[in-house]
Design a protein around this ligand. Structure first.
Ligand SMILES: N[C@@H](CCC(=O)N[C@@H](CS)C(=O)NCC(=O)O)C(=O)O
Length: 217
């Protein structure tokens, strides 16, 4: 029913986790980023921004990129994992947190991984800036989770899936959640879900040992 173009990355995992949670049948098409396969014409015609994840819903002839848009599509298609528009306060609480995941969590955590682990040169200002912003965002998440099991309250949702992708890679890279106890409890709760474990196997298990050592500023 679905074709998922993905790789073992935070954004890729979000979609495989959601598909597993919803029990949808899907074919996996691994895109090897290190080989530059995201720039091939067949990928660019699905996503002009040349990035994974991309989801094709063959039944409806719909192709979507941007991980939060894909999560919202799956939630609306299934009628699960997100508040209904008939409950405006809950719906917009979910929307603002999805945008927060798109505009803050993904870009800032991505830059932190880049400057602290992957950049070919050591840029102390870049390291300091994104380490501080990453720490600050983990505190923001911690405050959002105060007194709540999940980002939207009692109900697990695509907001949890969107944030989990990046917290998972941060933990795998050696960041601790000890200073953010609400985030730590939430992470353990989400990490233990069967669909999350299965989604993390798609397309292949992440190997954090492949990351270079963390750079000092
Ligand atoms: N905002 C996009 C970001 C997608 C993204 O950056 N994907 C990365 C992998 S996590 C990628 O395809 N990188 C390849 C490249 O930048 O060339 C989303 O949420 O889907």
């Amino acid at each position: 029913m679905f074709d998922l173009y993905t790789h073992a990355t935070p954004n890729g995992y979000k979609v495989s986790i959601a598909l597993e949670e919803l029990g949808y049948v899907y074919s996996v098409h691994p895109i090897y980023l290190s080989k530059g396969q995201q720039f091939e014409a067949a990928v660019r015609e699905k996503n002009p921004n040349a990035k994974i994840p991309i989801l094709v819903d063959r039944e409806r002839d719909v192709t979507i990129y941007e991980s939060q848009a894909i999560l919202l599509y799956l939630a609306q298609r299934s009628g699960q994992l997100f508040p209904d528009q008939s409950e405006p306060a809950s719906y917009w609480d979910g929307m603002q947190k999805l945008f927060f995941a798109s505009a803050s969590i993904g870009p800032m955590f991505g830059q932190r991984m880049h400057f602290s682990f992957l950049a070919p040169e050591t840029v102390p200002y870049g390291i300091r800036r994104y380490e501080a912003e990453g720490d600050r965002l983990m505190e923001v998440c911690d405050s959002m989770l105060s007194g709540r099991e999940y980002f939207l309250g009692e109900q697990y949702s695509i907001v949890d899936i969107a944030v989990y992708g990046w917290i998972k890679i941060a933990v795998a890279a050696g960041y601790t959640l000890a200073e953010t106890p609400n985030l730590l409890a939430w992470f353990d709760r989400v990490d233990a879900r069967r669909a999350v474990r299965k989604g993390l196997e798609v397309p292949a298990r992440m190997d954090p040992s492949r990351l270079p050592r963390r750079k000092a500023a």
